[in-house]
Ligand binder design. Structure first.
Ligand code: S3P
Length: 450
């Protein structure tokens, strides 16, 4: 089992305003996919703007273990020499995906229709997360999984010798499950079909098309029906990874709650399957503007300008928006604590099986900081304190969860008393420059004694 070493306690305290330009690193979801599709292609893939966070580095290492050449050629610049669809070799070592659910689930899909075996593990967080959501559909292709009780890692997957194509309706809104099935479908003959009731991030479909696969999406009464034609020859591509809207959420939300702030976050992807947070913030009355809206590489992009917003109001976030902002609820709950009135967040049971149980992690920490939170199995609500402000003054647990750590560090920039996060170490998984970037904007973040 991997871990990330000694805990890194960190304190966030109220200082001056946040101001300046925040250059956000590459998108995590797209970075994983660029490496995996590069590895499954014939010829060379060149990637720029790759997120060099631990999750993605673990995926790079895994792709080498399956036989691809993966090489860093400069900052964020990577070269992948792929083995082609069906060309994965059997890894000699256990594949350690660290903290990354996306990494392990997509890679399981990618190898499940090749006649090889691979054993996967991760850190304590990942080894506690459910894998049956992926191994159930992979079994339909003919793959077999042997893991710990409850479908947990460590787990060995025996890929199908003679894969058959699959038609699968995802039982939960999950881009990881959808993507695992599509990647498995690459090496099955015929058509693999995934049906999703709610739209989840569509980076796999877009990128598969970009690499030369035939993928169609049709919206029907059943939901979105995605059809992949199996056994294509994928060709190496040039991929310019856009910046991560989920990482951008942290400086944006911090600027909204820290008095006097104004932060510009250029070049953020606003793909509708990812942009739910920004829509929600605007409905709450945030002073958040989209400047210079444009299209880049087929994706809507804009520069986000966020200003301190003392008059935000609590709202009910529509349940059907959850998939498009699923990773942003922790930081939304921080903004909600400063709004006036209650923010209701229904339809979010997936939050309970992320890197941590994110509803519980945020509820416990927010309460310790003087904010009232109600919760049920698939909903939660934050009572905004409005002009009364938030006390802070607590030490909160990040539970091996990068987004919990960053959310509470943003909270502490605006509370009366400082907020200490017991371990900011997990932040390297998705946003390795979070600390210097926030400090450059004026945030008071200090490493505390353990
Ligand atoms: C991701 C999908 C989401 C998201 C995760 C990244 C992806 O997970 O939470 O951070 O890249 O496909 P689920 O598929 O579990 O919803």
């Amino acid at each position: 089992m991997s871990g990330h070493g000694e805990p890194v306690p960190m304190v966030a305290r109220k200082g001056g305003r946040l101001a300046g330009v925040a250059a956000i690193p590459g998108d995590k979801s797209i970075s994983h996919r660029a490496l995996i599709l590069g590895a499954l292609s014939v010829g060379e893939t060149r990637v720029t703007g790759l997120l060099e966070g631990q999750d993605v580095l673990d995926t790079a290492k895994a792709m080498r273990a399956f036989g691809a050449e993966v090489e860093r050629t400069g900052e964020g610049a990577w070269r992948v020499h792929g083995v082609g669809v069906g060309g994965f070799a059997e890894p000699e070592q256990v594949i350690d995906c660290g903290n990354s659910g996306t990494g392990v689930r997509l890679i399981m899909g990618a190898m499940a229709t090749s006649p090889i075996a691979a054993t996967f593990t991760g850190d304590a967080s990942l080894n506690g997360r459910p894998m049956a959501r992926v191994t159930d559909p992979l079994a339909l292709f003919g793959a077999r999984a042997f893991g710990r009780a409850g479908g947990r890692l460590p787990m060995t997957i025996l890929g199908a010798e003679d894969p058959v194509p699959v038609r699968y309706a995802t039982p939960m809104p999950s881009a990881q499950v959808k993507s695992a099935v599509l990647l498995a479908g690459l090496n099955a003959p015929g058509e693999t079909v995934v049906i999703e009731r709610e739209a989840t991030r569509d980076h796999s479909e877009r990128m598969l098309r970009g690499f030369g696969a035939e993928v169609t999406t049709e919206v029907t009464s059943e939901g979105r029906v995605i059809v992949l034609k199996g056994q294509p020859e994928l060709r190496g591509q040039v991929v310019d990874v856009p910046r991560d809207p989920s990482s951008a959420a942290f400086p944006v939300c911090a600027a909204l709650i820290v008095e006097g702030s104004e932060v510009l976050v250029p070049n953020i992807g606003l793909n509708p399957t990812r942009a739910g947070l920004y829509e929600t913030l605007r409905e709450m009355g945030a002073d958040l503007t989209y400047e210079n809206p444009r299209e880049e590489g087929g994706e809507p992009v804009a520069d986000l300008r966020a200003r301190f917003s003392p008059n935000m109001k609590g709202i009910e976030v529509p349940a059907e928006r959850a998939a498009s902002m699923i990773d942003e609820y922790p930081v939304l709950s921080v903004v909600a604590a400063f709004a006036e009135g209650r923010t209701e967040m229904p339809g979010v049971k997936e939050l309970r099986v992320k890197e941590s149980d994110r509803i519980d992690a945020m509820a416990v920490g927010l309460r310790a900081c003087g904010v009232e939170v109600d919760e049920g199995e698939d909903w939660w609500a934050v009572e905004g304190r409005g002009p009364a402000g938030v006390a802070g003054g607590a030490t909160v647990e990040s539970r091996l969860d990068h987004r919990i750590a960053m959310a509470f560090l943003c909270l502490g920039l605006a509370t009366e008393a400082p907020v200490t996060v017991d371990d900011a170490g997990p932040i390297v998984t998705s946003f390795p420059i979070f600390e210097p970037l926030m400090r450059d904007l004026g945030a008071s973040l200090t490493r505390a004694e353990g």
